[in-house]
Design a binder for this molecule. Structure first.
Ligand code: FES
Length: 78
């Protein structure tokens, strides 16, 4: 079982999903696999963070770095 060092929380609430949130999840997962980080980093879809007007929202834990208005290019390769 993987012991993840970090989790990337991607809001999967209605507003963020409508703003291409699922593409962010897919691009992050591709980048994690491409870079061989699947045992260290996990992408997790979450419920609404309550900042829908600033979505898509992504939070890194344990750093607690909070990103707003994220685009799918956030996690894209190259
Ligand atoms: S739907 Fe993402 S913050 Fe509300």
């Amino acid at each position: 079982m993987a012991n993840y060092k970090n989790h990337i929380l991607v809001c999967a609430g209605t507003g963020c999903r409508a703003s291409r949130g699922e593409e962010i999840v897919q691009n992050l997962n591709r980048a994690i696999d491409f870079n061989g980080l699947a045992d260290e980093l996990q992408v997790v879809r979450t419920g609404c963070f309550g900042f829908c007007e600033k979505g898509p929202v992504v939070k890194i834990v344990p750093d607690n770095t909070f990103y707003v208005e994220v685009t799918p290019e956030f996690g894209a390769l190259g």
